[in-house]
Ligand binder design. Structure first.
Ligand code: NMX
Ligand code: MLT
Length: 438
């Protein structure tokens, strides 16, 4: 397949660069670590490598060197759509090259061969209590599918070779990205639509097929394409991408690795914040408005009440970003075009006007601006996907693209098992007293 050969070509070009960096410049310092960083979640320490995406604190994410608007503008669009097919973006993420339509068509055809989820996976999820969180169902489904792993079979075959191993990661990666929307749609229909399932439509691209599988129409097809692409990757240090990379560094296969990544994504400070935003906003409507129009004063009061009760304002703040997340802006522009009069969009826009000022006055967060999660639920709500505990599953479908592209490259470049060094509190106290580690 052309995509696999393109990845092989790229890896062949890259390997000498990694070898030269390690052998000739391996001792060059690129960072130093403070006690604050050691205790405070390793913030900003430069110790991971990826070429799939890079996050600038001011500008936001670039996928393979392109901003979000540049990415959307440059990739071939899905038929009759303003957005690229996810398959087109996948080619781009894996290779850094904008595919031709013929190359996109080849990925589309390839994914159709891969997208069936084995029946036993559905049965395992069906056996779970119906009120299990859909993220638990998603990570269980991905973990259960591990028996299909071509990488695990290759490792067990006894003929494992470091240089070839990426090919099997690539195969698992393609299977996972093709199957995860089908699994997600199954969970949606199981939990919220009485287990009335819709079959895959083989004529549709990934985003469009997901839309039809959850009973949505044409406009939502673009929502799905946009949503999955926007959520795909945020360089390597975020919890889901880092967890996936870490687990795979022990040569755990991509299924085990991404199930772990999804469990991290399910945390309220990470991907689950999109669920929390909707929850916060609807509770605000219920508790503070009682059917009346929102005002800046009422929003300010609700924000302070949340902060004073020791909770975070979901959808605001970021570990790296110091400006409004361009993924927020991109979704906001979609809303301005497609749902300008939506009451929830208006409310979220008003929160956007007020929250940065309140958070600045509160004085704790380093970034008072909205992140991706502050806007995403509004769009889902507008199109009738009102089961907000499902929103992180949508994030997880998109994030699979970035995590799987990264794993393919991790293995292709033979990255080592990850094993940072820990120290004791006593050591930190000693180095603090001595003014640094000697
Ligand atoms: N509301 C209230 N307090 C906040 C917020 C917020 N939105 N963001 C940060 N802070 C607090 C934070 O809890 C910390 O307090 P303390 O010193 O008492 O521990 C202080 O500000 C400094 O935190 P920062 O260094 O600004 O942020 P950090 O890098 O530690 O955390 C987040 C980043 C994203 C976890 C944090 O901003 C947050 O909890 N935001 C709300 C949850 C959210 O929207 N998460 C989604 C992130 C994007 N995603 O999809 O993953
Ligand atoms: C993400 O998309 O992973 C989040 O914005 C969190 C992060 O980058 O740390």
């Amino acid at each position: 397949m052309a995509l696999k050969e393109a990845v092989r070509r790229k890896l062949d070009e890259f390997r000498p660069r990694i070898a030269r960096l390690t052998k000739e410049h391996g001792k060059v310092k690129i960072d130093e670590v403070t006690i604050e960083q050691c205790i405070g979640g390793a913030r900003d320490i430069r110790c991971l490598v990826t070429d799939i995406s890079y996050l600038d604190p001011q500008e936001g994410i670039r996928f393979r060197g392109k901003t979000i608007p540049e990415t959307f503008a440059s990739l071939p669009k899905a038929p009759g759509s303003e957005y690229p097919a996810v398959e087109s973006f996948w080619y781009f993420l894996l290779t850094g090259e904008v595919p031709t339509q013929a190359q996109v068509d080849e990925v589309l055809a390839d994914w159709k061969q891969r997208q069936e989820v084995p029946a036993y996976v559905f049965e395992i999820i069906r056996a779970m209590p119906r009120d299990s969180h859909p993220m638990t169902m998603l990570s269980t489904g991905i973990g259960a599918m591990q028996r299909e792993s071509k990488f695990a079979a290759y490792y067990a075959s006894g003929s494992f070779h470091k240089l070839n191993a990426w090919e099997y990661v690539y195969e698992d990666a393609c299977d996972i990205v093709a199957r995860i929307p089908v699994l997600a749609a199954f969970i949606y229909n199981l939990k919220y639509r009485g287990d009335v399932q819709r079959p895959i439509d083989p004529a549709l691209d990934m985003g469009a097929n997901f839309a039809q599988m959850i009973g949505q129409g044409k406009e939502y097809m673009d929502v799905a394409r946009m949503y999955f692409i926007l959520h795909s990757d945020h360089e390597s240090g975020n919890v889901s991408a880092h967890t996936t990379h870490l687990v795979h560094s022990a040569l755990s296969d991509p299924y085990l690795s991404y199930a772990a990544g999804l469990n991290g994504l399910a945390g309220p400070l990470h991907g689950r914040a999109n669920q929390e935003v909707l929850d916060w906003t609807l509770k605000f409507q219920e508790k503070y408005l009682g059917g009346e129009e929102p005002t800046r004063e009422l929003i300010t009061k609700a924000l302070w009440d949340t902060l004073n009760s020791g909770q975070v304002i979901p959808g605001y703040g970021h570990a790296v970003l110091r400006k409004t997340d361009p993924r927020y802006t991109s979704q906001r522009e979609f809303c301005q075009k497609h749902l300008p009069g939506d009451p929830l969009f208006k409310l979220v826009s008003m929160i956007f006007e007020v929250a940065p000022g309140v958070l600045t006055e509160h004085g704790k967060t380093k970034n008072p601006w909205p992140n991706v999660d502050a806007q995403s639920g509004v769009i889902q709500w507008h199109y009738g996907v009102k089961e907000w505990d499902f929103y992180t599953v949508l994030f997880g479908v998109g994030r699979a693209l970035g995590c799987m592209a990264n794993l393919t490259w991790d293995r292709g470049l033979g990255y080592a098992i990850e094993r940072p060094k820990s120290v004791t509190t006593g050591m930190l106290e000693q180095w603090a007293a001595e003014g640094g580690r000697r």
